[in-house]
Design a protein around this ligand. Sequence first.
Ligand code: SF4
Length: 285
Amino acid sequence: MTLTGLHLLLTYECTMECEHCFVWGSPKSSGTMSIAGVRSILRQAREMPGIEWIYFEGGEPFLHYPLLTAAVTESYEAGFKVGIVTNAYWATSIPDAVPWLQPIAGMVSDLSVSSDLFHSGDGDSQRSENAVAAARQLGMPVGVISIGDGAVMYRGRAAAKLVRGRPHQRWECFTTCPHETLAEPGRVHVDPFGNIHVCQGIVVGNLFNERLSRICAGFEPESHPVVGPLVRGGPAELVRRHAPAHDEAYADACHLCYNARTLLRERYPDVLAPDQMYGRFPGSG
Ligand code: SF4
């Protein structure tokens, strides 16, 4: 595995519960990185010369603002390009958004503002626009990410909340993973517990237990119980290989994959983890 970027899930907590969220971000979720955890990840990333980018996302990373600013500063000073993904809940006006961004403005190469969260028509859509305007005032590279209806992938909360009424196809049709390069990922997500995810909820190692460089050097997709079948024949092969009970039809490849993985969690608890990625947190039932 030759990585060019690490996407740190700084926290699973979020101000929102978006229906399309892959990681089940929620005010009810839990799990936040410590600064010691961030430093360990940065030290390990520096051992791997191909890694250029460190992204901070979540959940909502601005919820832990002192941690975020320290992590951005230390990543930048270590020579990485830094990106942040945010829902801009903090951008109540342009003048009020500027002080949030000013301390990190010169160190961030990509601020990605998610706009989908604020399509409810309750006036909150203004916040993403405020964040973009404030970033532009400060000369920060900024973009808006929007998951239009046609681009929804039915994994995470979307697999539970958004599939009803959508066209379905028979499960045998989903013979490839359409969105991730699972055999040779260029970037991975690292969660607050050190889990390395090649897709949200598919863990290939834990960098608080074993060094990232060793995990990458030893990664054999074929021998991984979930990645192997997905590489060979997509979610349909995952179902054939492990034969979990399944419905006849699904909304897309991710819907089949996510449902099959949910059914396989007991068999592979270290690989299909943590609970947060499968919508299991205190109070979730
Ligand atoms: S098919 Fe599975 S592994 Fe591939 S992107 Fe969808 S959920 Fe992730």
